[in-house]
Design a protein. Structure first.
Length: 263
């Protein structure tokens, strides 16, 4: 654990949140048409009252909340403040609850990661920072472990037909892949192996780099070809937790180097 890794992870997380909120703003009122099914149902107790209030937020109020989140993320990208980070986490939880029918694994992952990020500080010797850092790391590993365990309980992943089934699904745009059944079988087993081995491979430097690169390519492909960029880029952002100090500093300085080459 080091300050560079923590800061790079925080910036990656806040960049993801900012672009997510921006996407909701671009969609406008269409982003809020899939409201919770219990939109007008009254709930008892303090928690129920809060849930009813959130469900009843107007599209305009939600868009204003998105604009607030973007502004806060820009501020946090420049300098981390724990109380602003907690405010972003709270606002994001409200937005994700309001659009829960459109939620996915990446959004649910970020709901937890934002809380851990808020509790981290540049003072890496603080017990709370250490706890939050390792909780965030283990959160990512647990997601992969549970996903792999769930796939082993079915038959589609074990008989190699999972990717082919997805390729034939009209909700995705992978019909071109369905004409290559052997490739689909290979991708099925490769994905299963990657998810099962990732929680172990990241503990050793040689395998960690290989699996982080493979994972980044995998999630980038799901973002582009399966139309779920929120989930794909959420996992890539969380990979920053497993960078060492030198790698984190290189990744942080990369945009400046790219701009310098362009000029």
């Amino acid at each position: 654990m080091n300050a560079s890794t923590i800061r790079h992870f925080q910036r990656a997380a806040y960049a993801w949140i900012a672009f997510y909120a921006l996407a909701l703003l671009v969609l406008g009122q269409a982003a809020w048409t899939n409201a919770p099914v219990d939109l007008f149902v009254r709930h008892n107790g303090i928690g129920g009252t809060l849930q009813t209030f959130i469900n009843g937020l107007s599209p305009l109020a939600c868009m204003m909340l998105c604009a607030l989140v973007i502004g806060l993320c820009i501020s946090l990208f420049r300098q981390h403040r724990w109380w602003l980070a907690l405010l972003v986490w709270l606002c994001f939880r409200i937005l994700s609850h309001r659009t829960w029918l459109a939620s996915n694994g990446g959004i649910q992952l970020m709901e937890n990661m934002l809380l851990w990020s808020a509790l981290m500080s540049a003072s890496i010797d603080r017990p709370l920072t250490v706890l939050a850092f390792w909780a965030a790391r283990l959160q990512l590993l647990l997601v992969y472990a549970v996903a792999a365990a769930h796939k082993f309980t079915g038959h589609a992943w074990l008989d190699g037909s999972a990717v082919l089934t997805v390729a034939n699904d009209n909700d995705f745009h992978l019909h071109w892949l369905a004409v290559f059944p052997m490739l689909c079988m290979f991708l099925t087993y490769a994905t299963l192996a990657f998810m099962a081995l990732f929680p172990l491979a990241v503990w050793w430097s040689p395998s960690r780099r290989i699996f982080l690169i493979i994972g980044a390519i995998f999630h980038l492909c799901t973002a582009i070809f399966m139309g779920i960029p929120q989930m794909g880029f959420a996992f890539i952002a969380c990979y920053a937790l497993w960078l060492n100090e030198e790698e984190a500093q290189w990744m942080t300085a990369w945009p400046k180097r790219a701009l310098a080459h362009m000029n």
